[in-house]
Design a protein around this ligand. Structure first.
Ligand SMILES: Cc1ncc(COP(=O)(O)O)c(C=O)c1O
Ligand SMILES: N[C@@H](CCOP(=O)(O)O)C(=O)O
Length: 513
């Protein structure tokens, strides 16, 4: 039997059409430009949460959560369990996403959720290890018994501001019938991030260094999905968080860390999430709506603050220019996943639960964004957003000060070193702790990347300490080896759709795909 949370629709659609989980994973983005979502969010009772789920391992919890969104007819239990086990067997921690508890001692209740123990040292691995295996699973099933020339192939095209790219490449390298093209803005990712992506020798992987910004890369990727002819010819697949499976996989760690922080009890918990494209934060929203008693979800932005401005004014407005910050993976002007959240807000606050109407409202907003660069939502929408969310904006200097301060004051462990994105979140968390002044609240601040990936910012913050050495204290052995490997980079002189498409055509034929 298929439940209502196991069928999907587009955020911009006002017709009845629905999609299966496999459709949305393989298709990535809807043809109307909208994002896929389950119009109904499944509910989990408090008895199930605290009687059963609180005791589960990360993998078992992932299974329970995913099962609610993927019908048994599409992926049987045994296969789903195997996919999950294999995806998380590549992590360096047996807990997958361990929680560093009370890092500043027992008074602040500040817990840091370490999401960087996967193959590429970034939170994206949690979703992209799984998504890589999922693509392979669906393709193997489709291609079973088909001769070579009839096999279905996927051309994955993704945009990265640094981390999605390497996590996607490591999730998909060497996979049969899949080619991978990753666009990144030239000079705007860290040297180590570039090495992680470009030193992968597998034939099915190609990185494209594009003269432009991350938003330009993201726009090209979305335009490729909208190019019917190219898309049909290549079966374009998405690895960015526009792909619903990305969000789905990230829901698990909200539940898991909540239970770790509270000892499996229902307590007051606030999550703080360094945000750019809003994929990570959206997974927290699903956890909350499913019934996890989260008191508040707090968006932490850097100086590229479209989300913070929206939460304070109701105006969703693209800035003219992207600021280059110490947290470059969050240097994003338009947070693509915010559209999914806005759809639920429209459903609840303006459309009286009518999914078709919510699609129409959402479509109008995003049409306005495209034509005028902004849209303003009704008061009801802003009030709806503020029930679940708050936001904080963190400056560049505050980011470095937070890395420095945490190095000095941390107790568990001593000299805890934050990456700059995590520091944006921790700075926001410390503001909340001071403002709330209430030790019955527990704070879980998401750590989205390992500090080794951002040597410049970390060294700027810490090099004045005699006790500190980047090579010794931060850089893992396996990442030290990357700098001597050959790099495979294709430069793209202009952020231009047709130019990128022609390069993909050419490279695909070289790959024999
Ligand atoms: C290290 C790091 N932190 C935070 C973010 C922001 O996450 P999201 O785009 O899901 O909001 C990103 C990029 O997505 C990232 O790479
Ligand atoms: N910060 C991201 C940007 C892409 O975001 P995604 O979550 O939509 O893939 C990155 O590091 O690439």
């Amino acid at each position: 039997m298929i439940t209502p949370s196991q069928v999907y629709r587009s955020t911009r659609s006002s017709d009845e059409k629905t999609y299966s989980f496999e459709d949305v994973v393989i298709q990535g983005l809807a043809t109307d430009g909208g994002l896929f979502l389950p119009p109904v969010i499944p509910q989990v009772s408090q008895e199930t949460l605290f009687g059963k789920w609180a005791k589960l391992s990360f993998q078992d919890l992932a299974f329970e959560i995913m099962r609610l969104y993927v019908s048994q007819d599409e992926i049987p239990d045994a296969d789903l369990k195997e996919l999950i086990t294999r995806s998380y067997s590549t992590f360096r921690s047996s807990k997958v996403t361990p929680l560093a508890k009370n890092v500043t001692g027992d008074k602040e209740n500040l817990h840091v959720l370490e999401l960087f123990h996967g193959p590429t040292y970034a939170f994206k691995d949690v979703a992209l290890q799984f998504l890589g295996n999922l693509f392979e699973y669906f393709l193997q099933r489709t291609n079973k018994d088909l001769p070579q020339e009839q096999r279905k192939k996927i051309t994955v095209v993704g945009a990265t501001s640094g981390d999605t790219g390497s996590a996607a490449i490591h999730g998909l390298r060497g996979k049969k019938d899949v080619s991978v093209f990753i666009l990144y803005p030239t000079g705007r990712i860290s040297p180590l991030q570039e090495e992680q992506m470009t030193t992968v020798p597998d034939k099915n992987v190609q990185t494209l260094s594009v003269k432009g910004t991350f938003d330009m890369c993201q726009d090209i990727v979305k335009a490729i999905f909208g190019d019917k002819e190219f898309n049909t010819r290549h079966n374009v697949g998405a690895v960015n968080s526009i792909n619903w499976a990305r969000i789905l996989s990230q829901i698990t760690y909200y539940f898991y860390s909540y239970f770790q922080a509270t000892g499996g009890k229902s307590e007051r918990v606030k999550f703080v999430v360094p945000s750019g494209n809003f994929g990570d934060m959206l997974a927290g929203y699903f956890a909350k709506k499913m019934g996890l008693p989260i008191e508040k979800l707090v968006i932490a932005t850097n100086e590229n603050d479209i989300l913070d401005r929206f939460l304070k004014t109701g105006l969703y407005e693209r800035s003219d220019e992207v600021a280059a910050t110490y947290s470059p993976a969050m240097d994003i002007l338009i947070s693509s996943n915010f559209e999914r959240f806005l759809w639920y807000l429209a459903l609840e606050n303006l459309a009286q639960g009518d999914a078709l109407k919510a699609g129409e409202i959402c479509n109008n907003w995003f049409h306005q964004l495209k034509t005028t660069g902004k849209f303003l939502v009704d008061k009801a929408i802003l009030e709806g957003a503020s029930k679940d969310f708050a936001s904080e904006r963190v400056s560049n200097s505050e980011t470095l000060d937070t890395i420095k301060n945490m190095y000095q004051v941390s107790e568990n462990p001593r000299h805890y070193i934050l990456d700059p994105h995590t520091a944006v979140g921790v700075c926001a968390t410390q503001r909340l702790i001071a403002a709330d002044n209430d030790n019955s609240i527990k704070y879980i601040s998401l750590s989205t990347a390992h500090p080794a990936k951002f040597a410049d910012a970390v060294n700027k913050a810490l090099s004045s300490f005699d006790s500190y050495s980047f090579e010794r204290d931060v850089l893992p052995e396996e990442l030290k080896k990357l700098s001597v490997l050959d790099k495979k980079i294709k430069l793209v002189e202009r952020a231009d759709l047709k130019l990128v498409e022609s390069i993909i055509d050419e490279e695909c034929s070289k790959m024999g795909l």
